[in-house]
Design a protein around this ligand. Structure first.
Ligand code: PMP
Length: 441
């Protein structure tokens, strides 16, 4: 009862004075229904010519990809082989709650200010330490904390690209990066992959005068799951030096190495000119919205200024909470818990897919990250399989959402992070039925 009174007082419904008692406060009257309805009607009857007020960037075609993806993500209780985020049972919610409480106890109102634009110092220290452990050289001052790595990509695109300039990307690539580069006005040029990484013969055709940057995901690529070989990484760095074209290395799945297999050196370890970005969304908690960039000083200063005007800094409270989480060793413990689980999930999904799918569907087993790229026979349309799969209660994403080419290679991306093993196996069975239905038509 005492807590209920305290809650009512905190919300301003009652006030109490020791010795006098508790009194109900007069509340400001809510506007009448009719007033609200009138205001809404006048908002809807727009008098301005919005179609001509909207910018060219807001109308680019690629933004519709996100809408198409949303169409697949919404809906009934469907098994989700489409999402690239940890399932709820893998979120360390109790540990994070403890860290937020600890920050509030220790810092109180001091945790509630704006953060410095490059990020809270103790978090940058932890990130630098974690990067060095993974072989990415970085000092505290090299790191710029961003609101998700999506913001890092946004800032990089704005810092590098003038409208009309070209950026190279893999022929299949992360649609969120395509959207941001496009909004910045870039012309995107797809580079084919020869099984080791981006095809060098294709890259030789480009010179600095035509192109600003090459955007890559060297480890557990999204959507193909592929990891670039060590030899190709050295050659990419040499190509960048020879042409003067910048390399952007997106290590979004940092830490998600499976089978204990070590990764080849990061591009940033081979070359201090590489712009390296990463995130805590995939290995930890997407809702933190914390990512970061490590890059050469001249660009870092530009990114920091852009970051400042974009959002005045990433949440200080969450940065302190994440720093607390890392300082206590929870991130290491969390990775020790989730990595064997992702390995199991990958194995369960692969075994179930091998049973359920037609033998012409092929894929490589990834040793980093959480996606499988299923290559389909030419005769099977991935968009149609995706639609049919949705009807059978399983979500996957078709290659058309990732391709920058006029015609996408026929493939599907499936993830094994967002569902527990039994549902992954059931998802594979449903996908098998969808294939049968499409191939029988
Ligand atoms: N890069 C890649 C390759 C991604 O797949 C994503 C999210 N799906 C991001 C960056 C951005 O993620 P976040 O903003 O959560 O860090």
């Amino acid at each position: 009862v005492a807590r209920a009174y305290a809650d009512l007082e905190a919300a301003g419904f009652v006030s109490s004075t020791v010795g006098r008692g508790t009194f109900v406060e007069r509340q400001a009257e809510a506007p009448a229904e009719s007033q609200v309805a009138r205001a809404r009607t006048s908002l809807e009857a727009s008098m301005l010519p919005w179609a001509s007020l909207l910018s060219r960037a807001s109308r680019i075609e690629s933004l519709n990809r996100a809408e198409r993806l949303a169409r697949y993500v919404e809906g009934r209780d469907v098994i989700n082989l489409s999402r690239m985020q940890p399932s709820l049972d893998l979120m360390p919610d109790d540990l994070m709650q403890r860290c937020i409480e600890r920050v509030m106890n220790d810092m109180g109102a001091r945790a509630m200010s704006y953060a410095p634009p490059d990020g809270v110092r103790r978090l940058r220290e932890q990130i630098a330490h974690d990067l060095n452990l993974r072989g990415v050289p970085a000092t505290l001052d090299d790191i710029l904390v961003t609101t998700g790595s999506q913001q890092a990509l946004d800032l990089i695109a704005r810092a590098l690209v003038n409208p009309g300039e070209a950026v190279l990307v893999d022929s299949n690539t992360y649609s969120g990066a395509v959207d941001l580069f496009s909004v910045a006005g870039a012309r995107l040029i797809g580079v084919p992959n020869d099984g080791q990484g981006p095809d060098l013969l294709a890259l030789e055709r480009f010179a600095r005068s035509d192109v600003k940057a090459l955007y890559l995901m060297p480890n557990g690529h999204n959507p193909t799951g592929m990891t670039i070989s060590a030899e190709r990484r050295h050659k990419l760095v040499r190509w960048s030096h020879a042409t003067g074209i910048a390399l952007i290395e997106d290590d979004f799945g940092a830490g998600l190495s499976l089978d204990g297999q070590p990764l080849p050196p990061s591009l940033r370890a081979l070359d201090g000119d590489v712009i390296h970005l990463s995130t805590f969304s995939k290995r930890l908690i997407p809702a933190l919205r914390i990512g970061f960039v490590v890059c050469p000083r001249p660009i870092r200063n530009v990114l920091r200024s852009l970051k400042r005007v974009t959002d005045l800094g990433t949440s200080a409270l969450l940065q302190h909470a994440l720093a607390e989480f890392m300082e206590r060793g929870y991130l290491r413990a969390h990775m020790n818990r989730v990595l064997p689980e992702y390995q199991t999930r990958r194995n369960v999904l692969e075994a179930a897919l091998r049973k359920a799918l037609p033998p012409e569907v092929r894929w490589n087993t990834p040793y980093h990250g959480v996606v499988l790229w299923l290559r389909l026979p030419r005769s099977v349309d991935p968009d149609r399989v995706t639609e049919e799969a949705f009807r059978h209660g399983v979500q996957v994403t078709p290659s058309s959402l990732y391709s920058v080419e006029a015609e996408a290679e026929p493939a599907l991306r499936v993830t094994f992070c967002a569902e527990p093993p039994d549902r992954l196996a059931e998802g594979a069975r449903r996908l098998g039925k969808a294939f049968k239905a499409v191939m029988a038509q």
